[in-house]
Design a binder for this molecule. Structure first.
Ligand code: 5RP
Length: 221
């Protein structure tokens, strides 16, 4: 339900303080976070945002949120991002919106990473949601076969009948696993394959997961 996304997004914005450099995630939950942040900025909050996707950059600009070039900042105080699945160890599966590479680059640099989700994203094991893996277009069919050897069925993501192209000019393979019991090991193995740019497994990165449900927010640490 969108109201749970909105509630959790607004709660997370309370963590943003004057003077912070803030990583701005991507997705429909982050949409609500940007709306609330835009209001706070109008009221005088002074922050600088680092967007994790072209979509987030466009919306943040429309809302008057000041942005900085990623290469111009020394560090990120706080990042707020969404997720497609969260397991009990706060490992994440991300990339449903296709922004996993930039999200990982920004989120990993943040001193604190807050993940905002609704209750439908909390799972016992990752992998019900297809795992997005970003790959270089050249030779993607071969890369896909190597990925499949880890027990999944990869599908190249399509949009309007054509290959989906990430913000980095790459393809996304959505990989159907039955369940991912060892996400850290799978991530390491997939990363070793030539042609794989990044996986949507975010291991040991989240400091806090805020979960919106029934109009309330649970905080998992
Ligand atoms: C995009 C992502 C998003 O954070 C993830 O898909 C969650 O999106 P939403 O809040 O729309 O459910 O990883 O690459």
């Amino acid at each position: 339900m969108d109201s749970n996304k909105k509630i959790v997004a607004e709660k997370a914005v309370d963590e943003i303080k004057d003077g912070m450099t803030v990583g701005l995630g991507s997705g429909s939950t982050v949409y609500w976070m940007l709306q609330a942040l835009g209001e706070r900025v109008k009221d005088g909050l002074e922050i600088v945002g680092i967007p994790t996707s072209q979509k987030t950059e466009k919306l943040a600009k429309e809302l008057g949120i000041p942005l900085a070039d990623f290469s111009s900042v020394d560090g990120i105080d706080l990042a707020i991002d969404g997720a497609d699945e969260v397991d009990p160890h706060l490992n994440l599966l991300k990339g449903g919106g296709g922004s996993l590479v930039r999200e990982k680059i920004v989120d990993i640099l943040a001193k604190r990473l807050i993940i905002i989700v609704d209750e439908t994203k909390v799972v016992d094991y990752l992998g019900t949601f297809s795992l997005p893996v970003e790959v270089v277009p050249f030779g993607w069919e071969t890369t896909s076969k190597r990925i499949a050897e880890y027990g999944c069925l990869p599908r190249r993501r399509e949009q309007n009948g054509e290959a989906f192209i990430s913000d980095n000019g790459n393809y996304i393979l959505d990989c159907d696993f039955e369940s991912i019991e060892k996400p850290a090991e799978l991530h390491e193995n997939l990363k070793k394959l030539v042609g794989v740019v990044e996986t949507g497994l975010f291991i040991n990165m989240a400091d806090v997961v805020m979960v919106g449900h029934a109009g309330m927010v649970d905080v998992l640490t």
